[in-house]
Design a protein around this ligand. Structure first.
Ligand code: DCP
Ligand code: CA
Ligand code: CA
Length: 981
């Protein structure tokens, strides 16, 4: 055989790997030739279309390699079983591994197998362009490193280097339906860090990624503005500034006839809202010092747009996205977010040239700050929307400036903005926020528009549905489908063709109601002045390619750092952490269609309740890693990862001590009609920070967090503190109670002796109870969140208590009050209730509490002693609580937690203190939700596990944990101890 013939040492380098390989390749080539001639008789030569083409097949293809080999034989091509630089003209692959992509040379072409089958179908050699997997762009730059971009449909890559178009990758933004090839003109030399920050293994990947993400810029500045406005409301000196500015304005203004004609019916409580938005913000900023440019079409893009679609449109069609374009460009149909290639084409159709300018982030910040500061110097009735946009409730200011016409004020304001920023803006005025926003649209560019009373219906009926905020083509399609042949374009059409019921049946109750309201110009929102996000997260679904868990850990640090930054910027801390992962699906190719993207993935998530409200980097990092370790996945298959912090609490308090409602869209409006009050086990946990404080004492960092973040707990006396009761809440109280509270405020007890304390508690307790009984949900909602939470929990507890008739008569009021009861730590609502001796549901004279508890709760359902575990079945409140099962590391069922416990014990010689604290907290949660049985079983299980192992540190720590749980148990169950023998 030819192979054997080559197998002599010396000539052919058999002693070396390369020699062996060379020989083997040659052998296979000869084999192919031989096969061709052997098969010539059986395999009819069908065509010669692949003459001169030699292929190398890599990885799984469809049809498979053997079939491709046969096809090459039949159609005049050559098939190589091994890759040879000189001989192979095309790589055929449908999913080239990443490691191999890295090795591709500038002239290498990777073509999908479909190119072969399609060519055969059409009986001609098709151009490979449409089948190429990676387009070689290195030639022009002389780069040898990875510079391949997908030519397949993919999200646009606007970056100038290999770090992706972050805008499209973070937070899974909507994918664009794509046209054709990759952009080539975006490539510019960037600094080395950027060039090498190719995937998430790079220590600067995230930083580089976010720096180039305009979506990150937009979302982070929006948050910053909301927080800024919120902060300013706390500042007395700012209020003084406003007064001064208003006075100046009032004194200096020259009134026109129009001003005297305007009348705002303030007795009828007419509202006047302004929506104000900068015109083509990014472009205006970028050209603020070159106004002469503004008449020509301009866009802001990462690409310089030098190579326009000239000779070969297909090849140079840029998919770099326009962040913003000016109004000169818009007259040709160009829009924000459009691909550069498309915009250039539109310009060319009008014999115009699009000028592409770079992002000027510094300028955006500067102009945005000035824009905000000017408006905020007149009023704080502002809802920040984004870096270039806000809503203002002008009602109060307009009343103050009477008889000034609102439009006179707005034109002065806009002039001031133009003068200070060199950028134009437009404003809309109306009686509600929706109409004001639509009026801005009408006013643009550089204009203002007021939809006065009486003209609202006429205005709204002409508006296009698609221009309404939040309405996309899918809603429009649904409406169109139901209306059969009639065209649905304007609000008038919807008004005429759809009743409320019909809209609800087509779009669902909430959306139906919203569309009904919007198309009639109805908007009941008021400004959401305070920023209160539901969650803060970071999600990266690009460039995630790790080989080891250590690499992943390093990336988690980057993510945790960014998440901490976001939490701090938003002035929030959270108590729940969720990790979401996207893992390559079993059948999905290792190399994704979209370069460095996710491909088809299976997604899963896990959450953990944190010990306290936190924004701590280390905790975020450690908890994330812990959760990841519990999730079963192969690290090299990870394609996306996200961390979300929920159960947030603001680290600042607003001026009214009110709950901070987040900005809501019109779509959320309905939910504001019915205020909801929810309470979670975490709330209970929060109020009931263990008085024995074993958790916090053990961990100084967390103690800090606990003390600095957990809001000051409500005492009964706090209920009477003037600063803490919103006057509106006072007004809502029944007259009799209000009187009592006011009386108490006027004559607060002055002595601190036991007797007076007792008296104080008596009054406080009585009134507190009455207050709680009379507060309805609406009133509760007006209270500061911590006060509200505490009252609600106290209410709950009172209900629970009422199911356990106190053994020793009336509770608290007649109780022998120990001085500790009044001490600061114990005087919050929850602790007083919990620590009340009369509260204990179990008679204190249990002779053998250990045994009794054990038999009664686990074995004997018929006991006569009212013990909590039996009671739980009777009480709906408790049932609700149980439905909110406490969880640890995403596990709630006994079996899961046991499994987790066993793995935890087995996995280490000594437990981590944070883990112990978390586990202890979880057990406390279980106790709080009357699931002592589960606590008992878990402790027994843990002890059994440890019995079989010789882990002394573990055993010691577990015993400390048991002691803490027993202490808590004793407090809750009248001195009983769990039998763990
Ligand atoms: N932006 C972006 N990508 C988009 C839309 C907007 O990067 N798809 C950025 C650039 C914009 C800025 O946000 O300049 C403000 O967005 P607007 O929607 O307010 O749009 P413009 O200010 O550009 O134009 P308009 O005059 O219509 O407000
Ligand atoms: Ca704008
Ligand atoms: Ca805007």
């Amino acid at each position: 055989m030819a192979g054997r013939g080559c197998g002599q040492r010396g000539d052919n380098g058999w002693s070396e790997w390369g020699g062996y390989m060379a020989a083997k390749k040659r052998k296979l080539e000869e084999q192919f030739d031989k096969d061709c001639s052997n098969n010539a008789k059986q395999l009819e030569r069908k065509s010669n279309i692949f003459h001169g083409i030699s292929i190398f097949v890599d990885g799984h293809t469809e049809p498979p390699a053997d079939e491709l080999k046969k096809l090459m034989m039949e159609h005049g091509g050559v098939y190589h079983a091994y890759y040879s630089k000189d001989k192979v003209t095309y790589f055929i692959s449908n999913n080239l591994p990443y490691a191999k992509i890295r090795k591709l040379k500038p002239n290498d072409k990777v073509v999908r197998s479909q190119w072969i089958t399609d060519s055969i179908k059409q009986n001609k050699l098709l151009p490979t362009y449409d089948y190429e997997m990676y387009k070689d762009i290195t030639k022009s730059r002389g780069q040898t490193e990875l510079n391949f971009k997908r030519t397949e449909p993919m999200r646009p890559i606007t970056s100038d280097f290999n770090v992706p178009n972050s805008d499209e990758e973070e937070n899974n933004s909507i994918e664009k339906s794509s046209s054709s090839s990759s952009e080539t003109e975006d490539i510019q030399a960037e600094d080395d860090d950027h060039l090498s920050a190719l995937d998430a293994k790079h220590p600067k990947f995230l930083e580089t990624f976010l720096k180039r993400s305009r979506l990150h810029y937009l979302s982070s500045t929006a948050v910053a503005k909301k927080v800024y406005v919120q902060d300013l409301r706390q500042k007395l000196e700012h209020r003084q500034l406003i007064e001064k500015r208003r006075e100046e304005l009032k004194n200096n203004i020259q009134r026109s006839e129009r001003d005297y004609l305007f009348k705002l019916n303030d007795e009828k409580k007419d509202k006047i809202y302004m929506h104000i938005d900068m015109d083509c913000f990014f472009v205006s900023v970028a050209t603020r010092n070159q106004p002469e440019l503004r008449d020509q079409p301009i866009a802001i893009t990462h690409s310089k747009g030098k190579k326009s679609t000239t000779t070969n449109e297909h090849q140079f069609y840029s998919r770099s996205e326009l962040a913003s374009c000016n109004y000169a460009a818009r007259q040709y149909g160009i829009k924000n977010g459009m691909y550069l290639g498309k915009a250039q084409e539109l310009c060319r159709n009008h014999q115009a040239k699009l000028l592409c300018l770079p992002y000027d982030y510094e300028g955006f910040h500067e102009v945005s700050d000035r824009f905000y500061d000017i408006i905020l110097s007149y009023t704080l009735d502002v809802e920040a929307v984004s870096c270039d946009e806000m809503y203002v409730d002008l009602t109060e200011l307009i009343i103050y400036l009477k008889p000034l016409h609102p439009l006179t004020f707005v034109s002065l304001l806009r002039e001031e903005i133009q003068l200070n920023t060199k950028c134009p803006c437009s404003a809309g005025l109306a009686s509600n926020m929706l109409l004001a926003r639509l009026a801005t649209r009408q006013a643009k560019p550089n204009g203002q528009c007021y939809i006065e009373k009486g003209y609202e219906q006429e205005f709204i009926s002409k508006q296009k549905i698609i221009d309404l905020p939040g309405i996309g083509s899918s809603i429009l399609d649904k409406l169109q489908q139901t209306s059969l042949h009639k065209s649905i374009e304007t609000c008038k059409h919807v008004q005429n063709l759809f009743s409320l019921e019909k809209l609800k049946s087509v779009l669902g109750t909430k959306q139906g109601q919203t569309i009904y309201d919007m198309t009639r110009g109805i908007d009941i929102r008021t400004l959401a002045k305070d920023y209160s996000p539901k969650s803060i997260s970071i999600d990266i679904n690009y460039g995630i390619r790790f080989q080891t868990f250590d690499e992943l850990n390093l990336f988690i640090k980057q993510l945790a750092t960014e998440l901490q930054k976001r939490l701090q910027q938003a002035k929030q801390k959270g108590k729940q952490l969720t990790v979401k992962i996207r893992v390559r699906s079993v059948n999905a190719p290792i190399v994704t269609e979209k370069f460095m993207g996710c491909g088809k993935t299976d997604d899963s998530s896990r959450l953990v309740n944190l010990h306290s409200f936190t924004d701590d980097l280390t905790i975020i990092e450690l908890e994330t890693i812990k959760l990841l370790k519990q999730m079963n996945f192969v690290v090299s298959d990870l394609r996306g990862i996200g961390i979300t912090i929920t159960q947030l609490q603001s680290t600042i308090k607003n001026s009214h001590g009110k709950d901070m409602h987040g900005t809501r869209t019109l779509f959320d409006c309905n939910q504001f009609r019915v205020p909801k009050l929810t309470i979670t086990t975490d709330d209970i946990q929060n109020i009931d920070e263990p008085s024995e404080s074993s958790v916090t004492r053990k961990r100084p960092i967390q103690q800090d967090q606990t003390t600095s973040v957990v809001p000051k707990k409500l005492t009964r006396h706090d209920c009477y503190t003037p600063g803490q009761i919103d006057p509106r809440v006072m007004n809502e109280l029944p007259a009799e109670i209000r009187q009592e509270v006011e009386e108490h405020l006027k004559n607060p007890p002055t002595t601190l002796g036991i007797n007076s304390e007792l008296h104080q508690i008596n009054i406080a307790e009585k009134s507190f109870t009455q207050v709680m009984d009379h507060l309805d949900e609406a009133v509760l909602n007006e209270l500061p969140p911590e006060m509200r939470r505490e009252i609600t929990i106290a209410q709950k507890l009172r209900k629970i208590e009422s199911k356990y008739p106190p053994v020793g008569g009336k509770r608290l009021v007649s109780a022998p009050v120990s001085s500790t009861l009044i001490n600061k730590e114990k005087s919050n609502a929850f602790n007083v209730l919990m620590n009340s001796p009369q509260k204990q549901p179990i008679p204190k004279k249990t002779t053998n509490p250990i045994k009794k508890w054990h038999t009664e709760t686990i074995l004997n359902e018929e006991n006569t002693v009212p013990i909590p575990l039996n009671e739980k079945k009777l009480n709906t409140n408790q049932q609700q609580q149980q439905q909110q099962q406490p969880s640890i590391a995403g596990c709630t069922s006994l079996n899961d937690v046991k499994l987790m416990l066993r793995e935890w014990i087995e996995s280490s010689d000594e437990p981590n203190q944070i883990d112990l604290d978390l586990f202890q907290n979880y057990l406390f949660d279980l106790l709080n939700s009357y699931n002592a049985e589960m606590v008992h079983q878990l402790l027994i299980y843990g002890l059994l596990q440890l019995k079989t192992l010789t882990k002394t540190i573990w055993t010691d720590n577990f015993q400390i944990l048991i002691d803490s749980v027993q202490t808590r148990f004793r407090q809750m169950y009248g001195g009983a101890t769990m039998d763990l023998s």
